[in-house]
Structure formats: structure tokens, C-alpha cells
Design a protein around this ligand. Structure first.
Ligand code: COA
Length: 336
């Protein structure tokens, strides 16, 4: 059977660095509170880069790293919850800029698990033989949907994009994705959410002059979160997923060289490491510099781990995510 191999990684983050002290000028918080509760020291907040800009830059870097021509790509999947348009999709915007004629392109929303969901989705097309080369992007300009007056959420997030190029493994080659798991629990949707536009048309309210008249409350399109519930969900589900993924891959915990988890909170990662009996040193972390970049975080971390030489050929690597939905997912890879 064909397997899916990651042949290139890339990432991009805006150059505008916002420290915890900078955020403390906006809301009643402190570097001490944010660092000790989350591990985050700074994040990138876009002052000009759009979602499409960031996705395009990460994609370009991944294509260069894969050493292929953009025209070789036949599928683009972009995971995002903050596209620039309801339509066209961010994936189509990137396809247009890359001039990848004819490739299938669509967006996918699995919140902070988006990168894992997109990777697994693309791998199904590759494994069936429908496509040979896929570009997977996780991107969020999450700063657009933050309530910058809510200290319990605005301190946690940052903007950015991560991307990978996927290809089919050579015949008989055991590299690439060994196994994957996707999961969701919509009954917990309200613990982490951001409302979209409400129903509004001439049959619901009298024709209105402005969004305000239509009762559209700008504040509703921001992230609302029950922090402790999300924390508990993350620790429980990510621990269970890692254990299940290792079993399905027919491996033991000690065979795993590196775990690239969604970068939300160092305390979540440390609790998961303890539950799984895996040293926390095996969990790659860069959330101190980026905060939680939502759909982008695993892609950015994977690119940094790869470029830092933290991944060697033959390493067994786990990518694992969790996020709004609630969603969660994991992939076990033989790194090539
Ligand atoms: N600065 C200072 N104080 C803050 C604060 C901030 N940025 N945010 C909240 N507080 C206050 C609260 O108002 C509360 O004060 P009170 O005790 O007077 O009511 C106190 O700190 C404790 O709040 P609490 O929510 O219990 O803190 P916590 O220890 O649970 O930490 C999170 C809060 C958000 C860091 C933690 O719950 C978390 O990381 N949850 C997961 C969130 C996540 O990862 N979301 C994205 C998933 S993809």
C-alpha cells in the first residue's frame, strides 16, 4: 500500500513581536501570570499580513524545502478558522498566487486540530492514488477574532502559518504516516467557540441600514472559552490519543523520538507527558515564542523541529492536536 511521506516543511509568522509586557499595557495582566500559567513569553501579531499572505509564505517555503515545482502539486488543503473571505477559500487564494493550475483546493475547519485533520485528509487522497503531491497548510490570523479586552483569552494566542508538502512513498518503503486517529465531541462545543454571522434577512428583521441595526454584535465574533474545561479536555484527550496511536502503530512509548503537540500551554504538555510516561524533553515546544497559533501551531513546530535538526531519518514522530469542536487527532510518522 502507498504511504504518505512529508517531503518538505515551511512556516511563516509576522515580524511584529508582542511581549507579555506589551499585552499588560492593554489588559490587567502580567508577564509573571502569563508565563507561569501558560509558558508563553511572546507572540506574533499581524499588523499587515493577511491569512492568505501568511499561508502563501509558508507554502512557498515548504515547496522550496521539498525541492519540487509548484506545478507538481495536485491538491491543496488549507486548515483555518480565520480565512480572508467566506469565499473563495484560503486554499484557492494560495493556489492562484502559486499558479498551481488545476489543483483541487479547499479549506477545512477543525480549529486548533486543523493541521492534523488536513494532513490526514490529504493522506487519504495520496494513499488511494487519486493524487501524488499535496500541499497542506495550517494558518490563522487569530488576532482578528480575539476580544482584546478579555485578559483570559487575548494573552494566549498569536498569528502564523505552517505548511508541508506530501508525496507518495516509494514502493516497499515503510517511511511516512504509519497510522492516524481523528476524533470529535460536539457536545462540548460551547467550551471554546467563536460565533459566525447571525441569521439576518428581510424576513427576520426589517430591512436594516447597518450591521448595528441588524443587531449584529461585533463582540460575538470573538473567541469565548471556559479555560479550565478546555485544559481538562486537552490533557485527557491528548494523553488517550497518544497512547492509542502508539498501540495502533505497534510501537512502545520508548520507541517515540519526538512528539509535536499543539502548542497551547506548557502545563498541558507537561501533564500529558506525565500521563503517557514519556519524558517531557521529547515534546518539542516553541509556544514561548509564538503562543497558540491555532491551526498553524503544529506546522510551525514541525518546521522548526526539522530545521533545528531535532528529527532524524527513521525517527518515530507523533503529531497531536486538540481544539474547538471539540476536536482532537494524532498521526504517527516514520520520519524520512
Ligand atoms: N492575567 C491575570 N489574571 C488572569 C488572567 C490574566 N491574563 N486571566 C485570568 N485571570 C484571573 C482570573 O480572572 C481568575 O481570577 P479570580 O480568581 O479572581 O476569579 C484567576 O486568574 C484564575 O483564573 P483561572 O481561569 O482559574 O486560571 P487558570 O489557572 O485555569 O488558567 C488558563 C487559565 C486559560 C491559562 C488555563 O485554564 C488554560 O490554559 N486553559 C486551556 C486554554 C487553551 O489552551 N485554549 C486553547 C485551546 S486550543
Amino acid at each position: 500500500m502507498r504511504r504518505t511521506v512529508i517531503i518538505g516543511t515551511g512556516s511563516y509568522a509576522p515580524d511584529n513581536i508582542i511581549s507579555n509586557d506589551d499585552i499588560a499595557k492593554l489588559v490587567d495582566t502580567s508577564d509573571e501570570w502569563i508565563s507561569s500559567r501558560t509558558g508563553i513569553k511572546e507572540r506574533r501579531i499581524s499588523s499587515k499580513d493577511t491569512t492568505t499572505d501568511m499561508a502563501y509564505e509558508a507554502a512557498k517555503a515548504a515547496i522550496k524545502n521539498a525541492d519540487i515545482n509548484p506545478e507538481d502539486i495536485d491538491l491543496i488543503i488549507c486548515a483555518t478558522i480565520t480565512p480572508d473571505y467566506f469565499m473563495p477559500s484560503a486554499a484557492c487564494m494560495v493556489q492562484g498566487r502559486l499558479k498551481v493550475d488545476g489543483a483541487a483546493a479547499f479549506d477545512l475547519n477543525a480549529a486548533c486540530t486543523g493541521f492534523v485533520y488536513a494532513l490526514v485528509t490529504a493522506s487519504q487522497f495520496i494513499e488511494t492514488g487519486m493524487y501524488n503531491k499535496a500541499l497542506v497548510i495550517g494558518v490563522d490570523a487569530i488576532s482578528k477574532i480575539l476580544d482584546w479586552e478579555d485578559r483570559s483569552t487575548c494573552v494566549l494566542f498569536g498569528d502564523g502559518a505552517g505548511a508541508v508538502v506530501l508525496s507518495a512513498s516509494e514502493a516497499g518503503d515503510n517511511k511516512g504516516i504509519i497510522t492516524s486517529i481523528l476524533s470529535s465531541d460536539g457536545s462540548k462545543h460551547s467550551i471554546l467557540q467563536c460565533e459566525a454571522l447571525p441569521i439576518s434577512n428581510p424576513y427576520v428583521v426589517p430591512a436594516a441600514q447597518s450591521m448595528q441595526d441588524m443587531g449584529f454584535n461585533k463582540k460575538s465574533s470573538v473567541i469565548r472559552m471556559e479555560g479550565q474545561e478546555v485544559f481538562k479536555y486537552a490533557v485527557r484527550n491528548v494523553s488517550a490519543l497518544i497512547k492509542e496511536a502508539i498501540l495502533r502503530a505497534d510501537l512502545r512509548a520508548e520507541d517515540i523520538s519526538c512528539i509535536i503537540s499543539h502548542q497551547a500551554n506548557s502545563r498541558i504538555i507537561e501533564a500529558v507527558a506525565k500521563n503517557c510516561n514519556i519524558p517531557s524533553s521529547k515534546f518539542f515546544m516553541n509556544l514561548d515564542r509564538y503562543g497558540n497559533t491555532s491551526s498553524a501551531s503544529i506546522g510551525i513546530a514541525l518546521d522548526e523541529a526539522s530545521r533545528a535538526g531535532s528529527l532524524s531519518k527513521g525517527d518515530k514522530v507523533i503529531l497531536v492536536g486538540f481544539g474547538g469542536g471539540m476536536t482532537s487527532g494524532a498521526v504517527v510518522l516514520d520520519w524520512s
